[in-house]
Structures are given as C-alpha cells and as structure tokens.
Design a protein around this ligand. Structure first.
Ligand SMILES: NC(=O)c1ccc[n+]([C@@H]2O[C@H](COP(=O)([O-])OP(=O)(O)OC[C@H]3O[C@@H](n4cnc5c(N)ncnc54)[C@H](OP(=O)(O)O)[C@@H]3O)[C@@H](O)[C@H]2O)c1
Length: 264
C-alpha cells in the first residue's frame, strides 16, 4: 500500500485529504499538535476504510518536534509516497499591529516547515524513482491585500513549488502547489449562512479542492487552481509566468550542458 503523510491532517482541508487518500487505499501518517483530535480522526478513518493510520503529535514550528516528522518522511525503510504540506495558519491582525511572535509563527509554519519537510522527503523519493508532494498555497498569494504576512507566505509556497519542480525535471517525482480559494469549513454546512456560501462560486468544498489538486498532480501540473472563478483569474495572471517557466526550463538545460563541459 502506498503511504501519504498529511500535515494538519486532523481538521479542515487536511482531513479531507486524509479521507480522500484513505478511500484510494493509501495508508496515512497524520501530523498535528493536538494528539487527542488526531487519534479521533485516525480511529474514524481507520475504522471506515481499513487503512493503517499512524499519528505524529508535533508542532511543526518547533525545530526539535519537526525533526521527528522529517526523520519519518525521509525513512527509506518505511517509504512515504506522497507528502501533503497542508498545515498552515493565518494571523488576522494588520501587519503593523500584529505581535511579532504571531508573524514569525506564521512564517515558521507556512514557509519553514514546508521547505524542511519537502527537503527531507525528496532524496528518498528520488532514489526510489517515485513520489509526490502537494503544497497547499492560497489564492491570497496573488492578492495585494492588507493584513499579516499570510499572503506573502502563500506567494512563497507557489514560487517555491516552481523552483522545486524545475529541480525535479527529468525525474519521476512530482510537485504541485494548490492555489485554494475560500474553503467551506465543517460548520458551514450547518449554519444559516451555509446555503448562501454553498451557492457562491467563491466558496469551495474541501473535497472538490482535494480532487482537483490530485487530478492536476497526476497530469504533471505545477499549479492547481480549484474553482472555475479562481481558475479564470489565475489563468490570466499566470500567462507571463508560464512563458518564464518554459524559458527557465530551457536555460536550466543550458546550465547543465555548461557544468558538464570541462572547457566551460
Ligand atoms: N480555509 C480556507 O479558506 C483556506 C483557503 C486557502 C488556503 N487555505 C490553506 O489550507 C490549509 C489548511 O487550512 P484549513 O483552513 O483547513 O486549516 P484548519 O481547519 O485550521 O486546520 C489546520 C490543521 O493544521 C494543524 N496545525 C495547525 N498549526 C500546526 C502546527 N504548528 N504544527 C502542526 N500542525 C498544525 C491543525 O491541528 P492542531 O491545531 O492540532 O495542530 C489542523 O489539523 C492551510 O495551509 C491554509 O493556509 C485555507
């Protein structure tokens, strides 16, 4: 059975990834801070689908706790075939008023943890010749909106995914960034606002986000944008970047030629 590690797998979008992947026969490793909540989710998924669900209680902003997760994802004896870097946080204060500790926490979870886990996962995936990484970004990454550092962290996730993807060219390891719009939370299915939200194309069902991103990963796309309204905007915004990707690919090949040429 393939194994998927999902950070933030105990709630929201991460839980939707966990359910989707378990339904497709993946054994799971779920990572989050609250071990009790993790155990409840793991038990439910295990009972429903029969897959093995391992849990790791860790705060991914803490280097020592994160190291446990890095070792697990890197372990060649117990391969992880798919890493979903989903855990993320948004500090809702305006930047100039936000406590610095909240801002650094946001950067540590949304950026540092994504980079460290991806770095830990790739060598084993590359030597095995298979593996996939899903990095959950956000449509906010495109928005020049006021707020904390959240949008900037998500813009970083998209740029980072591009960089990693270019580095993986010629291997069978794939990586995709998920440019997610507003996602319905579980409580949105019961409140009075729920009906309006469900009808709005701006609000996305978590399972639709998961399905779209997994389909885009299979197609080898670097960026997945669930929801037609977001896709329309992103297609427009990404047009120059798509050309740059092609250019970078060609330039990258040139660099490889140069580095293997002793005369260069
Ligand atoms: N919700 C949206 O509308 C939306 C839109 C676009 C993008 N996104 C992105 O989608 C991802 C998931 O968002 P969500 O709304 O589904 O989140 P959520 O419901 O708040 O769940 C967050 C998950 O991450 C875990 N987590 C939080 N801090 C952590 C830490 N320091 N270390 C380890 N695990 C931690 C949480 O468990 P514990 O609390 O137990 O640690 C939980 O399992 C995020 O990257 C978010 O930026 C969300």
């Amino acid at each position: 059975m393939p194994t998927a590690m999902i950070t933030g797998g105990s709630a929201g979008l991460g839980e939707a990834y966990a359910n989707h992947l378990a339904d497709r026969g993946f054994d799971l490793i779920l990572v989050a801070r609250d071990q009790e909540r993790l155990a409840v989710v793991a038990e439910g998924i295990g009972r429903r689908t029969g897959v093995i669900v391992e849990i790791i209680g860790a705060d991914l902003t803490d280097a020592r706790q994160r190291a446990v997760v890095e070792r697990r994802v890197a372990d060649p004896e117990r391969p992880v075939n798919l890493l979903v870097n989903n855990a993320g946080v948004e500090c809702h204060d305006r930047f100039d008023r936000a406590p610095l500790s909240d801002l650094t926490y946001e950067v540590d979870l949304n950026i540092v943890a994504v980079m460290c886990l991806t770095r830990a996962a790739l060598p084993a995936m590359m030597s095995r010749g298979n593996g996939d990484v899903v990095n959950v970004a956000s449509f906010s990454g495109y928005l020049p909106a006021s707020g904390s550092a959240y949008s900037a962290t998500k813009a970083w996730v998209m740029a980072f995914t591009d960089t990693v993807s270019a580095s993986l060219s010629g291997t069978s390891v794939r990586v995709v960034a998920v440019c997610a719009g507003r996602i319905l939370a579980r409580q949105d299915t019961t409140t009075d606002d729920a009906e309006n939200r469900r009808r709005s194309p701006l609000w996305l069902d978590p399972s639709a986000v998961v399905k779209r991103s997994m389909a885009d990963l299979q197609k080898g796309r670097v960026l997945s944008t669930p929801g037609w309204i977001y896709r329309m905007v992103v297609t427009y915004l990404e047009a120059p970047r798509r050309s740059l990707r092609l250019f970078a690919k060609a330039a990258g090949k040139g660099r490889e030629r140069l580095s293997s040429d002793p005369e260069a």
